[in-house]
Design a protein around this ligand. Structure first.
Ligand SMILES: [Cu+2]
Length: 198
């Protein structure tokens, strides 16, 4: 009888602890996760063609000239230093995403149904443009996904499932966001566990 009571007390204690943990988790707003946008635009050649201050490069000498950027895209080998990091993100539903432009020029973080080209045909490596990018910055829906150098864009309210985001200027800049009901850490752990047991 004493053993049963002790067990019950332990069990009740665990329940209380679990309830307390759950309450505090719900009260704290989820910490945003960050995605960075990177590029290595060469100020001299970009600004000569696109206007003063278009490119404000902070990469301390790692520059790609405007012509080279177009030449690489044309060859089907776009410059990998124009990049969103990470490329794949697992988040729990409700977690905000902060996209920070640490590059030197503007980008967009545009959700698309399917990855494709952007609104500058010569940068598309022959890919069909994603419908969501059409119209460029003349399209309000595209313009509002723009991120200027040194600024950030917050994305919230993503539904459960997979979401695809790309830059509508440099369409090889792509991120897949996988939204789950649970913490990505737990998810990864479960996943590992499953693969071990098979
Ligand atoms: Cu871009």
């Amino acid at each position: 009888m004493r053993i049963t009571l002790t067990k019950f007390a332990l069990f009740a204690g665990c329940l209380l602890l679990a309830a307390a943990t759950r309450t505090s988790a719900q009260e704290n707003p989820p910490t945003p996760v960050q995605i960075v946008a990177l590029d290595e635009c060469d100020p001299a050649t970009f600004n000569a063609a696109l206007g003063a201050d278009f490119c404000k490069n902070v990469t301390l000498g790692f520059f790609t000239k405007l012509d080279d950027l177009f030449a690489k895209a044309k060859k089907g080998a776009p410059d990998p230093n124009w990049d969103f990091e990470p490329d794949v993100l697992h988040i729990k539903k409700g977690t905000p995403i902060l996209v920070v432009d640490q590059g030197g020029e503007p980008h967009t973080f545009t959700e698309v149904k399917r990855f494709g080209g952007g609104f500058i045909a010569d940068l598309n490596s022959g890919e069909t443009p994603a419908t969501e990018c059409s119209g460029g910055f003349g399209n309000l829906a595209v313009a509002r996904t723009r991120i200027l150098q040194g600024s950030q864009l917050q994305v919230t309210g993503l539904s459960k499932g997979e979401h695809y985001f790309q830059c509508c200027i440099h369409p090889w800049m792509r991120v897949k966001v996988d939204v789950n009901d649970h913490d990505s850490h737990d998810h990864d752990h479960d996943h590992d566990h499953d693969s071990h047991s098979y």
